[in-house]
Design a protein around this ligand. Structure first.
Ligand SMILES: [Zn+2]
Length: 82
């Protein structure tokens, strides 16, 4: 559950970054300024980092689980993760 949400968050963030990169080269929806596209990328990354900080931590001790997405057991307290 937690892991699925994290994977979705990574996918969405990557999609938004790629989308703004594509729009930068081919303005499909009319002319978007460089500042707008740059802002989109920053917003996508910021939202992802914020979501990760909230979602990706141990449910029992609240420590961050680090960068390993496949982690099953909390390194700090040994709690099993779903
Ligand atoms: Zn823990």
């Amino acid at each position: 559950m937690r892991q699925n949400r994290q994977i979705i968050a990574i996918t969405v963030a990557l999609f938004l970054v790629l989308l703004s990169a594509v729009l930068y080269k081919r303005p499909l929806f009319g002319e978007l300024s460089k500042a707008t596209l740059f802002g989109m990328q920053i917003a996508a990354i910021a939202a992802f980092l914020l979501f990760s900080a909230v979602n990706w931590k141990c449910p029992s001790c609240n420590k961050s689980l680090g960068s390993n997405i496949n982690k099953r057991i909390c390194r700090k307290c040994g709690a099993r993760l779903q």
